[in-house]
Design a binder for this molecule. Sequence first.
Ligand SMILES: Cc1ncc(COP(=O)(O)O)c(C=O)c1O
Length: 286
Amino acid sequence: MFTTPSHGQKFFIVNKFRQFYKYDISETDAHNPQAALRAAQERAAQIYGTKQTYFLTNGSTSGIIAAILACTKPTDKVLIEKNAHPCHLNAVKLAGCEPVYDNTNDIKAQIITRPTYEGFVSDIVKTPGVYLIADEAHGALYPFSERLPQSAVQIADFTVQSLHKTAGGLNPTALLHSNCEIDPGDALAMINTTSPSYPLLASIEANVNFLNSKRGRAKIEELIDNCLSLGIDNPNDDPTKILIKSDIATPGIEDEKDNGDYKLFLCGIGTDAKKIERLRRVLKKS
Ligand SMILES: Cc1ncc(COP(=O)(O)O)c(C=O)c1O
């Protein structure tokens, strides 16, 4: 075939990457590459109940940047949190805006982190005239279970979710949802390659369909049941982000983070009963 990609699904560079090449297809229809993607994203928007949902192959990071670029102009003030993920400040800088850390009258947009890494979830408060961007990087399962905190996807103006963190997606797949009059498509085009990874895009479509399926939803409920069965009095709002006092020994179990007070054990759709059982056994002995 006289098309990209030049490797033609054959490997000849490094043998161990053979599998990567096999799946690295180009557009299904080189003359109309956007049609299938557009249709898949429209179906996703229906699933989430949003105006637009975009598939991201460069993480929530790219979604935050695109959202800020879409709803601000240079010199606008953007309210961000002091300890936010670095992409928040980077987005503000890239847009030529001014980061502010205290609420003032003249802010154009606000980025909130919801949930925090540790699973604390704040109320979603919209200020009239201020675009609200919800960083839900760690909350991609929220739209699919009533036992998880409420998702911002239908409330905030823009919401980003990393599929790779909790929802079983490949690194670094994510979603950008828009709920307002602004379509962030042009802003995304400014920061994205024109040659996205089609296998990653296809995996996002399958991932969203799975989360929304009976089987996917049942798996999320099973995950919540397994987490709750540990009987831990979690101080946060999300049962899948298990916090255990740092002075409790958990030998042989890798945690995501230890801040000196609490150890964070992150669970996601791939955390099976066996893993939870191992944690239960270790906690019993401690
Ligand atoms: C709160 C938060 N927001 C955004 C991001 C960026 O997400 P991604 O890795 O999908 O670009 C992260 C990544 O760790 C995060 O923790």
